[in-house]
Write a protein that binds this ligand. Sequence first.
Ligand code: NAD
Length: 244
Amino acid sequence: MKLENKKVLVTGASRGIGKTITEKFIAGGAEIWGLDIKEPEDLQERLENAGGKLHWINADLSKTTEVEAVIEKALKESGGFDILVNNAGITRDNLSFRMSIEDWQKVLDINLTAAFLIARVVGREMIRKRSGSIINMASVVGIHGNGGQANYAASKAGLIAVTKSLAYEMASRGVRVNAIAPGFIESDMTAAVPEDARKKMIDSIPMKRTGTQEDVAEAALFFASESSSYITGQVLTVDGGMFI
Ligand code: NAD
């Protein structure tokens, strides 16, 4: 198994891509600390199915002054993480001229600031052990921009810049830092997209389909495992060819 005995922190693990990554990594032999603002309804069942390989942390990553303490505590309990998946993220879409400063700030706080703080706390410990892999969930929107998503695009572009900067800082200490840039993936986040916009979107994707959470989880597994041992500072786009 690719992740035998690896300890992993996954943020935004309640549902969607984070949940799928959690399940895939447990199947790969990892022990997971799942963090989310919302406890999933099926938590008890998931804990039982994982047979001791899943632990749960309730935390609100928008409370940026509290994030470091939450992660320090998780570090102590786990004994240190081998892999971090900074996956939690939100959208608060609006045209730039109508966007409230609160919606701007909230998206930046969760998607960028919290991810940076978590990477610093977890990364410090990885450096001590001279090994680790950090995976940041960005977006194609962070590379190309998107109308109505200035806050989200800025947060994901920032996350890509953090990924590359941390990769430079940590490479000689055995820690790799990479990002995944998903395109249009089926999840609760994208469920609200109206049917006509969805059709248009699919038409614009060369592979003529939306992505699955499994597609993204496979990319995360690649960056988490030794299969990518000579790769750092990279952004892997998972978008069916939407941007080639
Ligand atoms: P989702 O909304 O289904 O899941 C996000 C998770 O993050 C949820 O479980 C949510 O509770 C958690 N979360 C939100 N705010 C939080 C907070 N303050 N503290 C802690 N946890 C919080 O979304 P998803 O589609 O699974 O997206 C996962 C990641 O992938 C996000 O970073 C998203 O930006 C990124 N992404 C998704 C798509 C897509 O098409 N779905 C495309 C590109 C990038």
